[in-house]
Ligand binder design. Structure first.
Ligand SMILES: CC(C)(COP(=O)(O)OP(=O)(O)OC[C@H]1O[C@@H](n2cnc3c(N)ncnc32)[C@H](O)[C@@H]1OP(=O)(O)O)[C@@H](O)C(=O)NCCC(=O)NCCS
Length: 159
């Protein structure tokens, strides 16, 4: 039996951004300028988590902390907005995506977040299932959300 290398989760650092942007470009059509990633590392490092295997970054989740109305009642709250989550294809289905999300949400709580939300393509069954397992529920649909015209589910969870 081949022994699996351990997965290490830690906060993203500015010098990780080349690797994070590589994972983003391999995995998602939604790509962003370096300054966008850098802003999130600078402001919310506890909720911007990378997964490393043998010293290589194989996944990340980037989060923004926002204030807004709760998805669960009429009150003003602090929220963890999941901006981007990705795991390199050859490292999927090992629990890395879920572990990244859990750690980012723990970090977000340290910034005062009490709930989280995200947008996900309505056809992205893998990601939707992952979010449901983490207690996210569909709260609405943003029509034409993506540049190719696909709709997004808005999903939210208490954390
Ligand atoms: C969505 C994504 C991040 C999930 O990453 P992941 O590391 O595969 O996530 P997990 O391993 O935690 O969970 C995925 C599945 O693997 C299963 N799994 C986890 N550990 C496992 C193991 N040891 N053996 C077999 N299956 C396992 C999970 O139960 C889950 O199954 P399900 O889809 O049937 O519920 C990944 O598919 C990805 O990068 N997709 C492209 C980018 C993307 O869509 N991002 C989200 C945008 S909103």
């Amino acid at each position: 039996m081949v022994e699996q290398s351990p997965i290490r989760l830690r906060s993203c650092r500015p010098d990780d951004l080349d690797d994070v942007m590589h994972v983003n470009e391999v995995c998602l059509p939604e790509n962003y300028p370096r300054s966008f990633f850098a802003e999130h590392v600078m402001n919310y490092p506890k909720a911007f988590i990378v997964a490393e295997v043998d010293g290589k970054i194989v996944g990340y989740v980037m989060t923004r902390i926002e204030k807004g109305f709760s998805a669960f009642g009429f009150k003003w709250v602090t929220k963890a907005h999941i901006i981007s989550l990705a795991v390199l294809p050859q490292y999927r289905k090992q629990g890395i995506g879920s572990a990244l999300m859990r750690k980012a949400l723990e970090g977000a709580k340290e910034y005062g977040a009490t709930e989280s939300y995200l947008e996900v393509r309505v056809t992205n069954v893998e990601a939707i299932n992952l979010y449901k397992r983490l207690s996210y529920e569909v709260k609405g649909v943003n029509a034409d959300y993506y540049s190719d015209g696909e709709d997004a589910y808005v999903m939210a969870a208490r954390i």
